[in-house]
Design a protein around this ligand. Structure first.
Ligand code: HEC
Ligand code: HEC
Length: 156
């Protein structure tokens, strides 16, 4: 027996809104996995998993002992859990292609470079900013997934 049409419609609506919600979530919000905050937000913010493709996360997590000039090694169990979680939530949309950006850096991604083309090279090096990787310097709500262009403030 076929389910009533109203039921079918509401299921479809629920499914599509859940997908839209999830799409946004994956791209920008930082979902709460306690060990990600603990292990990966000591030296910089916990970057949204959706901003890199799975291949980049796998490579980064496989080389934590030589992580951008520092040692960010983890115990094997945490590394395994986080690798799984990061790759499960990695970017798959039109912004984040399957091709890993140079050095597996969000800041070397084509979309990042495009979005930030109005930021001059000298600006990134200001002592108030230090590096493009320091999202929070200009996006105060970055750790909550807020990169809205209306709330960007470039410090002097
Ligand atoms: C001991 C300090 C430290 C820890 C812990 C650490 N990182 Fe990093 N990470 C760095 C440094 C330093 C950079 C380079 C920042 C720069 O260029 O300004 C970096 C850069 C990155 C970048 C590239 C940012 C960009 O430029 O796009 C990613 C992605 C990243 N880290 C992920 C992680 C993940 C995932 C973890 C947890 C497993 C982690 N980091 C833990 C020090 C650390
Ligand atoms: C020097 C300040 C600065 C830093 C640091 C910075 N951004 Fe931005 N960001 C900007 C500016 C300026 C824009 C463009 C705003 C506009 O178009 O009006 C922007 C735009 C964006 C957008 C698009 C926002 C939208 O509404 O379309 C995203 C996403 C973003 N940044 C992510 C990041 C991430 C991730 C980092 C760190 C890895 C970062 N930014 C670091 C200044 C910065």
């Amino acid at each position: 027996m076929r389910p009533p049409l109203a039921l079918l419609l509401s299921t479809a609506l629920l499914a599509s809104s859940a997908f839209a919600e999830e799409g946004h979530h994956r791209a920008l919000r930082v979902p709460s996995v306690p060990s990600y905050q603990q292990e990966c937000a000591a030296c910089h913010m916990a970057y949204p998993p959706g901003m890199l493709p799975a291949a980049s996360w796998t490579r980064l997590m496989g080389g934590l002992d030589r992580h951008f000039g520092t040692d960010a090694s983890l115990d094997a169990a945490s590394a395994k859990l986080l690798t799984r979680w990061l790759t499960d939530n990695a970017g798959t949309g039109h912004r984040v292609s399957a091709t890993p950006p140079p050095e597996d850096r969000i800041t070397r991604s084509a979309w990042f470079v495009r979005q930030h083309n109005e930021v001059g090279p000298g600006v990134w090096k200001r002592t108030s900013i230090k590096s493009a990787s320091n999202c929070m310097a200009c996006h105060a709500g970055a750790d909550k997934g807020d990169f809205d262009e209306d709330r960007v403030r470039i410090p002097k």
